[in-house]
Ligand binder design. Structure first.
Ligand SMILES: NC(=O)c1ccc[n+]([C@@H]2O[C@H](COP(=O)([O-])OP(=O)(O)OC[C@H]3O[C@@H](n4cnc5c(N)ncnc54)[C@H](O)[C@@H]3O)[C@@H](O)[C@H]2O)c1
Ligand SMILES: [Zn+2]
Ligand SMILES: [Zn+2]
Length: 473
């Protein structure tokens, strides 16, 4: 590790930096003006005595390895450290490593491997073939149901050991050789659906499913087929091209959106998945028209984001469906006009909804990940024009079914990944919409925890108590 690097600890809530001098044994934390001005205590003291402003320049060496980032401090200790620092050294940082499928978060093994400040993820390959990548420091990450799904072992693509997480926000630490769109210090949100702009998927306005790095991303690797993480001497896989359950991570540059630097990172991290997906399912995938009737199955973050979208486009009726009545109040606040608990009915829920809506709904959205509910959502659609959108991710090997007659008679079954957003160009706009108060984000955050309590965050999700838990590093 670069010796001077370790004194930089950022505190995103206050949007200030806490410069903590490791080389003076972590004894003298001081608050500085902004997170770009991270300097050691010696520099701060010299600056204070001399009345000179602190310098805020950071630089990366030409190897592009993020571990080679150096602050340009001017005290003797830092100068020595910079001279001693060499490219290719690794960053040791906090990371939550999932070691095996099907293990509950609270299992002994997981707990044993809870993030530890000084061991866990490390990066550093010194590999000049890995041109197009950016490394960045995470400031906050959300826990999505998809993380829990992979941790449970239901994901056919799930690989272990892995650093999960894909709803993050942070700042670029350094960029690889050849990366021109980002520089150190940029505020960014990682993207599990990239946008290269070159592949035939990117060039087709009908889809957002860029395939440029699909194969290696699915294998938990960077495009050069290596992993940038090691833990206890073992390679650790990347997850969805993001791996945000780590204080530092490395992504391909097409998997990164540069967003407004004033954005609250502990909120906009959620635009990296759940909120954008549900909202985009309404606007981009279903293209719901004003006056439509809609039903939303599952009232977690995804379902609430769908309700938000339906309300925005002027749906006349928005029926929320969930087996957990504790979810109803929030759904109402988001704009649900009716709330239905399938457990209150002896008949199949699709029959109940068809009766409530004089023949069925114009649009339905499945936000649970259950194939039986996917069928119910399709069959709750109106004959002739009803459209059902699958958002939930079902378990490995599961299949959907219905009578073909349902489709013959004019119902349409669709699905969406990341709400159909072309990610690199859309996420910055979604962040702007949030900052201009056009898009709700704060309302999704029910819990905020320090990163070390990641297992509690998973428990809150499983127990149905949380909509989104945000973990702060
Ligand atoms: N397509 C995508 O790009 C994408 C992106 C993110 C998440 N997802 C998936 O979306 C789904 C929802 O994610 P989330 O984070 O909102 O999850 P969540 O766990 O917060 O919410 C799921 C909700 O479904 C409800 N539910 C469970 N069983 C039900 C049933 N039988 N009938 C009605 N409601 C039921 C739960 O009570 C809960 O409120 C997950 O499957 C997730 O993997 C897909
Ligand atoms: Zn997600
Ligand atoms: Zn592409």
């Amino acid at each position: 590790m670069c010796p001077v690097q370790s004194f930089k600890i950022s505190c995103f809530q206050s949007r200030k930096c806490l410069a903590l001098s490791m080389h003076v044994q972590q004894m003298f934390p001081i608050m500085l003006g902004c997170r770009a001005q991270a300097h050691c205590v010696c520099c701060a003291l010299i600056g204070f005595v001399r009345g000179t402003p602190l310098r805020s320049d950071w630089t990366a060496s030409d190897s592009g390895n993020f571990s080679s980032l150096r602050p340009l401090c001017f005290c003797a200790v830092c100068c020595m450290s910079v001279i001693m620092a060499t490219a290719g050294k690794v960053i040791k940082c906090k990371a939550a490593v999932a070691w095996g499928r099907g293990r509950p978060c609270r299992s002994k093994r997981w707990r044993w491997l809870r993030p530890k400040p000084t061991r866990s993820a490390s990066s550093g390959d010194g590999d000049r073939r890995s041109r197009e990548r950016a490394a960045f420091q995470l400031f906050a990450t959300g826990i999505c149901h998809t993380d829990s799904y992979t941790l449970s072992g239901s994901d056919p693509e799930g690989l272990f050991p892995v650093i999960l997480g894909h709803e993050g926000a942070g700042t670029v630490e350094s960029v690889g050789e050849g990366v021109t769109k980002f520089k150190a210090g940029d505020t960014v949100v990682p993207l599990y659906v990239p946008q290269c702009g070159d592949c035939k998927f990117c060039k087709n306005p009908k889809t957002n499913l860029c395939q440029k790095i699909r194969v290696t991303q699915g294998q938990g690797l960077m495009p050069d087929r290596t992993t940038r993480f090691t833990c206890q001497g073992k390679p650790v896989f990347h997850f969805m091209g993001c791996s945000t359950f780590s204080e530092y991570t490395v992504v391909v540059d097409i998997s990164l959106a540069k967003v407004d630097e004033k954005a609250a990172l502990d909120k906009v991290c959620l635009l990296g998945c759940g909120i954008s997906t549900g909202y985009g399912a309404v606007l981009n995938t279903a293209k719901v028209e004003p006056g439509s009737t809609c039903a939303v199955f599952g009232l977690g973050a995804l379902g609430l984001a769908v309700i938000m979208g339906c309300k925005e486009v002027g749906a006349s009726r928005i029926i929320g469906v969930d087996i957990n009545p504790d979810k109803f109040q929030k759904a109402k606040e988001f704009g649900a006009t009716d709330l239905v608990n399938p457990k209150d009915h002896s008949r199949p829920i699709q029959e109940v909804l068809v009766e409530m809506t004089d023949g069925g709904l114009d649009y339905t959205f499945e936000c649970v990940g259950n194939v039986a509910i996917m069928r119910a959502a399709l069959e709750a659609c109106h004959k002739g024009w009803g459209v059902s959108v699958i958002i939930g991710v079902a378990g490995a090997g599961q299949e959907i079914s219905t009578r073909p007659f349902q489709l013959v008679t004019g119902r349409t079954w669709k699905g969406t990944a990341f709400g159909g957003w072309k990610s690199v160009e859309s996420v910055p706009k979604l962040v702007d919409d949030y900052m201009n108060k056009k898009l709700k984000v704060d309302e999704f955050v029910t819990h905020t925890l320090p990163f070390d309590k990641i297992n509690e965050g998973f428990e809150l999700l499983h127990s149905g108590q949380s909509i989104r838990t945000v973990l702060n590093f």
